[in-house]
Design a protein around this ligand. Structure first.
Ligand code: GLN
Length: 189
């Protein structure tokens, strides 16, 4: 049976993730209610606007379930911000789910560099991935539990801590399925 991977579908780039998951042979489930977390083997929190996604997560009762979710979670861009322990440049009450020991800086490339694509080396992939950065965050590790997978300008662009994965770029726009394949593999029960 295909692995069921949830894609949080409250706001942002969820449709593209669902498409990539399908192409990897997984069954994507668009998650709009916390109850749906029980039926999935893992979850992607997509890019979008972290302040908006955070507000919607609180409004729909996702906060506690996501703090306690035991299966793999992959946060991309805004999703990385939401999974971090500390947020710089966020709203005063912005939701930080504290699932990975990172201090993340929103919009780390400033206004001049709004978005760009660059080949990025990741320590878990043999060849670089075309990484699409869109008003992207960067982070610094707060503990040695964080496994840094890629850096840009000496800061974290991709990392893992136990079952939590984060990337500051948009892998669902890269035309490259390798990271989705690796995540799907890690979701197999
Ligand atoms: N800058 C956005 C934020 O702070 C993230 C951008 C993205 O997800 N592409 O939420």
């Amino acid at each position: 049976m295909a692995v069921k991977v949830g894609v949080l579908a409250l706001q942002g780039a969820f449709a593209e993730h669902a498409d990539y998951l399908r192409r990897c042979g997984a069954r994507p489930i668009e998650v709009r209610l916390p109850e749906q977390l029980d039926e999935v083997d893992g979850l992607i929190i997509p890019g979008g606007e972290s302040t908006t996604i955070g507000k919607l997560l609180r409004r729909f009762g996702f906060e506690q379930p996501l703090r306690e979710f035991k299966k793999p979670i992959w946060g991309t861009c805004a999703g990385m911000i939401l999974l971090s322990k500390e947020i710089r440049g966020g709203l005063p009450d912005q939701l930080a789910l504290d699932r990975i020991d990172l201090r993340v800086t929103r919009n780390a490339f400033g206004r001049q560099v709004d978005s760009f694509t660059t080949p990025l080396e990741l320590s878990n992939l043999e060849e670089p991935i075309p990484a699409v950065f869109i008003r992207a965050p960067l982070a610094e590790p707060l503990s040695d539990r964080v496994e840094v997978l890629a850096e840009v300008d000496g800061q974290v662009a991709a990392a893992r801590q136990d079952k939590i994965w984060v990337s500051s770029f948009h892998p669902e726009l890269s035309g490259d399925l390798r990271l989705h394949r690796a995540f799907v593999e890690s979701c197999k029960p």
